[in-house]
Design a protein around this ligand. Structure first.
Ligand code: BTN
Length: 264
């Protein structure tokens, strides 16, 4: 076992100290989301299930993007059952933003003094660079479960990455200059994620305030690309239903999907 692997005692600690009922641990997987979706498909899930891998050979991002994560990153997927979260269907699209908020709050506690923010719709930024990506998926034949895939750049480094990646992505190690304890981070993320999901179910007003406090894009000029449609305007924050509010020359636009191609 490499000294960077999560020790079996730590896996037990994660079970004991978090809401997860079962852990499916792997040294290597193609993708923790793929594994989680397969387990749901096989009807073989005791949720909340945590699928975690030291490394992924085919990690996936949103759309057709790949998720590149070198040794030292924290990559996992949580399988949750709708009964655990008890959400009205119209709030389900907000799960990914809510998960992002949980990650943001957890990382801010682990590294006080650093600026963690939420980049709508599902990225966590550290300063001006992405530190975590989130991919929420619903298994095609089982809409009662959902898979929340989270990749956090912890002890991997972008110092030797190609310049374009180095200018947009970072890791906790790159910013702090020292390695962080991935088990502590995972436990903290699971706690804050549970709290954020609880707000989504029981106190969406409070959740909206928390989104606004962490919103990276508020007050900035954003370029939103949604299919062939481009919108440019000033971001006014995130609404209670998860929409990004953009003030444009032709009025207020409420965006529910798309990619922020640029922000200034
Ligand atoms: C994105 O930024 O586009 C989302 C990236 C999500 C990456 C995580 S890593 C764990 C889980 N397994 C995957 O294949 N993807 C997600």
């Amino acid at each position: 076992m490499s000294n960077r692997s999560i020790h079996p005692d730590s896996l037990k600690r994660i079970s004991d100290e978090s809401f997860v009922a079962k852990i499916d641990y792997h040294v290597e997987l193609s993708s923790t989301n793929d594994r989680a979706l397969e387990l749901v498909e096989q009807g073989n899930v005791q949720s909340p299930l945590l699928v975690i891998a030291e490394s992924q050979t085919a990690g996936r991002g949103r759309g057709n993007n790949q998720w590149w994560s070198a040794d030292g990153a924290l990559t996992f997927s949580l399988v949750l059952h709708a009964d655990h979260v008890d959400l009205p269907p119209e709030r389900r699209p907000q799960i990914s933003l809510t998960a992002g908020l949980g990650v943001c709050e957890a990382l801010a506690e682990i590294m006080p003094g650093h600026n963690f923010s939420l980049k709508w719709p599902n990225d966590v930024y550290l300063g001006r660079k992405k530190v975590c990506g989130i991919l929420v998926e619903v298994p095609p034949r089982d809409e009662q479960h959902f898979v929340v895939g989270i990749g956090i750049n912890v002890n991997n480094s972008f110092n030797n990455a190609p310049a374009d990646l180095r200018s947009t992505a970072t890791s906790l190690f790159d910013e702090a200059g020292e390695e962080c304890d991935r088990v502590e981070i995972l436990l903290r993320v699971l706690q804050r994620l549970a709290e954020a999901l609880d707000l989504l179910t029981n106190d969406p007003g409070e959740l909206t305030k928390a989104f606004s406090r962490r919103c990276l894009l508020s007050g900035r000029t954003v370029h939103l690309q949604a299919g062939a449609n481009a919108t440019i305007g000033r971001c006014l924050g995130i609404a209670g239903d998860g929409a990004l509010l953009i003030e444009t020359d032709s009025g207020l636009r409420r965006a529910f999907g798309g990619v922020i191609a640029r922000f200034e």
